[in-house]
Design a protein around this ligand. Structure first.
Ligand code: ASP
Ligand code: MG
Length: 411
């Protein structure tokens, strides 16, 4: 008998009918003998609706009161699902985050979980009840309602699985697993059977939005096996676990991630002296702008060029700051480009294989795609290219690293 935490996202509980379907699914697991804790999101669109209501009162909503409002979305769905289970003869009970006592810090709208009291849940499970818990929320030590940030129900699911030492945390969503890349860009992308926490973190942070990043960090830290599955289609989904060095047949690359969220800034002709990087990036970080990739050129005339990327939302701000720096340093010019995209190959198999980066560059060269910036880590190589070549690049890399699904033959 296993203890399983199942999390259902907003689209999976988006209508009464779907909640009934979720109840059917939970019932089947329960009847197979497993202990089940279910975490649910608000009905799809509900959190946005509540935030919008708040903004009609106060354009910059008071953070504490916003949490009082947005936490109600999940309170509705836990009650509905518990009723749908009870109606089917499955004993069930629902709890808000505060009722469980998911204790968080007091950072309203982006709170972090500090501890979870598992007493109440354990007692219910022992007495044969399915426990339905509201995702996305907790309570601070003063009893204030807090929420965990958008997509936070994933984190609730994983945190509960960690606290209960569950056998698996299943994340049910509207895709049937984690893919080698976005199937909208590469139609023959493949569902991965397995991926490591580390790889999933890279994929997620690079724009594959299946799971909240924090939930993956959490799962890795506490070694909670995570499985992403489709809510209403049968299938094994994708298992996210620790790197299992025993399994030999590791592909070199597990997936291709990409995003269009960044913009590039360049400052040219700055004196190549100690402290330049600090002089350029200090004011950027003082303006609370996060920098991702950084490249500094070698100099030949004692001046150098310096290029970095920021989130596109920060582009105009960053450019204004950089122009001031350029004036102060008598640099030649400060300029920028928002029409870029970042493409990355991700895989733990890279550690044991040489020449992975050059294979990537070769594939891009064959398509005459110019690489503007490069960065590498142990399990990832990222390049910045012109945005208009993004899809071509992803497809070329998907093929070059043999990720394409075999063509289906029909008889
Ligand atoms: N309902 C919250 C949101 O939309 C939390 C979640 O769905 O994970 O962000
Ligand atoms: Mg979600």
């Amino acid at each position: 008998m296993a203890l399983i935490v199942q999390k259902f996202g907003g689209t999976s509980v988006g209508t009464v009918e779907r909640i009934e379907q979720v109840a059917e699914k939970v019932k089947r697991f329960r009847e197979a003998g497993d202990d089940i804790v279910v975490v649910v999101s608000a009905m799809s669109g509900e959190t946005n609706r509540l935030i919008d209501l708040a903004k009609q009162i106060m354009p910059q909503p008071n953070p504490r009161e916003l949490d009082v409002m947005v936490s109600t979305g999940e309170q509705v769905t836990i009650g509905m699902l518990a009723m749908a289970l009870i109606k089917r003869g499955v004993p069930a009970v629902s709890y808000t985050g505060g009722q469980v006592r998911i204790l968080t810090d007091s950072a309203f709208n982006k709170a972090r979980i500090l501890s979870i009291d598992d007493q109440r849940i354990r007692t219910d499970l022992k007495e044969g009840r399915v426990v339905v818990v509201a995702g996305f929320q907790g309570v601070d030590d003063q009893g204030n309602i807090t929420t965990l940030g958008r997509g936070g129900s994933d984190t609730t699911g994983v945190a509960l699985a960690a606290a209960l030492k569950a056998d698996e945390c299943q994340i049910y969503t509207d895709v049937d697993g984690v893919y080698t890349t976005d199937p909208r860009v590469v139609p023959h992308a493949r569902r991965l059977e397995k991926i490591t926490f580390e790889e999933m973190l890279e994929m997620a942070s690079l724009g594959s939005k299946v799971l909240q990043i924090r939930s993956v960090e959490f799962a890795g830290k506490y070694n909670v096996p995570l499985r992403v599955l489709h809510s209403f289609k049968e299938g094994p989904g994708t298992l996210i676990t620790l790197d299992d060095e025993e399994s030999m047949e590791q592909p070199i690359i597990s997936g291709i991630a990409f995003n269009r969220d960044e913009a590039k800034l360049t400052i040219r002709g700055v004196p190549d002296t100690p402290g330049v990087a600090f002089k350029i990036l200090g004011p950027i970080s003082a303006a609370n702008i996060e920098v991702d990739m950084i490249v500094q050129n070698v100099s030949n005339d004692n001046t150098t060029d310096f290029t970095f990327t920021v989130h596109r939302n920060d582009y105009q701000n960053a450019l204004d700051v950089l122009k001031q720096t350029a004036d102060a340093m008598s640099a030649r010019e400060a300029s920028g480009d928002t029409k870029i995209a970042k493409v990355s190959i991700v895989g733990v198999g890279m550690r044991s294989h040489a020449g992975v980066a050059s294979r990537m560059f070769e594939a891009l060269a064959k398509e005459s795609i110019n690489i503007q910036m490069i960065s590498t880590s142990e399990i990832k190589v990222s390049v910045v290219i012109e945005e208009k070549y993004l899809e071509l690049a992803v497809r070329a890399l998907h093929t070059a690293f043999e990720l394409d699904a075999p063509a289906r033959v029909s008889e």
